[in-house]
Structure formats: C-alpha cells, structure tokens
Unconditional design. Structure first.
Length: 158
C-alpha cells in the first residue's frame, strides 16, 4: 500500500493506493510524513483533487476499489451516482436500493465510505434537509456542498 498526502482548501487528505488502484481517501489532522511517493497513480489522484477544488472536471484516469462488503459496495455505487450540486436523503438511497426499511444499514455503509470526494457521501443528507453524519466533519460537508453549488442556506436545516 502506498500513502500520499494532499493539502486541500479544507484540510489534509490521505490518499491510499494499492497496485495502481485508489483504495482510500480521508481527511486527516496532519500527515505523518509530508513526503509523498512518486507513484503515478498518487500523482494523478492529486491532480484530480486539484481539479475538483478548482471547479475543473474530474477525469477518472484511475480505478477506484473501495474495500467493503457487497452491500457497502452497492450503496457506495448508488452514492456515486449523485451529481455535483445535488443531494439525496438516506431514505431516497434506501428507496433506490429497493428496501425503504434499510435506512440505518445504509447510513452505516455510507459512514464507512473509504473514498471521500470520489464517492460523494457528503451529498447524502437527512430526510428533513438536515446535515447529518459525515466522517470528514459537518463543517467540511457543508463546505463541499457549497463548493459544488448546492444552496445550503436556502435548502438545508443547519
């Protein structure tokens, strides 16, 4: 596993790759080692993160392989379909999954998303429009949604 670090406008991010595949992307307090490996995939992911934070299109010139259960992978796939500037509630994800009663399990799966930004779990909100749960912190969730053009003040209960 290779680890590199990206200093985003809202904090450090840790990038984990294995065999030229992105397996993890998380916010962290500070890097353990600021020196990044010169792996081509890590550099490409950093370029795409720069693009995201500069409002440029992201090009998936790399593979993403989050490690999770089949259920988690299914939910992360559904979350990946949410477009920038849009949100879905946990209940709407449950409906897309085909089991409206699975909201808690879906929330748990989303909370274990190992690849933030590229699997945009920050775009999932409470049914009443509330900012609930985000492993990267609610402040970062709000920032990311605003960055993507979602009208926070008019749409969400803060």
């Amino acid at each position: 596993m290779d680890t590199s670090y990206f200093n985003s406008p809202i904090g450090w991010m840790e990038i984990k790759t294995t065999n030229d595949v992105l397996t993890g992307l998380h916010f962290i307090d500070s890097p353990k080692n600021k020196q990044s490996p010169l792996k081509k995939i890590n550099l490409e992911i950093e370029v795409q993160l720069e693009n995201y934070f500069k409002h440029k299109p992201i090009k998936f010139n790399f593979s993403i392989a989050p490690q999770g259960t089949p259920f988690q992978n299914k939910i992360w796939g559904l979350v990946s379909q949410i477009k920038p500037g849009k949100t879905l509630s946990y209940a709407e994800i449950a409906e897309k999954y085909g089991n409206k009663k699975a909201i808690r399990a879906i929330g748990s799966a989303i909370g274990k998303n190992p690849v933030m930004i590229f699997i945009p779990c920050h775009r999932v909100i409470g049914s009443n429009g509330s900012m609930v749960g985000y492993a990267g912190g609610i402040t970062n969730k709000k920032w990311l949604l605003e960055h993507e053009g979602f009208p926070i003040q008019k749409s969400l209960n803060l």
